[in-house]
Design a protein around this ligand. Sequence first.
Ligand code: UDP
Length: 234
Amino acid sequence: MPNFKRIVLKLSGEAMAGDKSQGIDMEAIRTIAKQVKHINELGVETSVVVGGGNFWRGRDSSNMDRATSDYMGMLGTVMNALAIQDALEQMGVDTRVQTAIEMREVAEPYIRRRAIRHLEKNRVVIFSAGIGNPYFSTDTTAALRAAEISADVILVAKKGVDAIYDSDPNINKDAKKFDKLSYLEIINKNLKIMDTTAISLCMENQIPLRVFGIDDASSMIDVVLGKDIGTKVE
Ligand code: UDP
């Protein structure tokens, strides 16, 4: 039996790129989509917030107007959303993409009640274009959408790491893994798992997080079924 009724899955842009550092790797997306399909079939109302770092990160462009750069980042997330939608639909999963910046020829605009209705009908809803404003991140988008749709949890799927550690386990072999953390510990220890805006939104609205690795082909399902992997943040 699944542990959650309604979830937000946060996928970083990196997860879309598979082993390449940039762009889209359809094979990696299909592996993710298979798990989303499985979760959806378990009856879990599933929404996805996609990042866009595989295309563009607003803050990384030093000599461009920040807002313009951020809008480019948001557009990148829409490409990722369409790629996940395509993979899911090819597997027979009903989906809707919603965009926080209107582009009606491409996808529905974000409408909270409509998103909830889709979820109730067991459609996977993919939220893209962040919250539609520069100076924010898709982590914050995940926190905000989770609060808006009353999700039970945010699943934070990470590429290249399977939990929260006190330092990067790919660099420091003695890095300590955390099984459980509070929101304040993440902020105080300056753990770079989500930005502070996102963590404070989760804390204020009591939205639990499960942070785990996406490299394992069944981790997402394991988390939904309540297996103790990754890090719990509550
Ligand atoms: N972005 C934004 N507002 C939002 C969400 C995203 O301006 O509400 C822009 C920002 O430039 C960000 C980029 O979109 O760097 C891609 O999102 P993010 O960096 O969160 O993607 P991830 O790190 O998850 O791949």
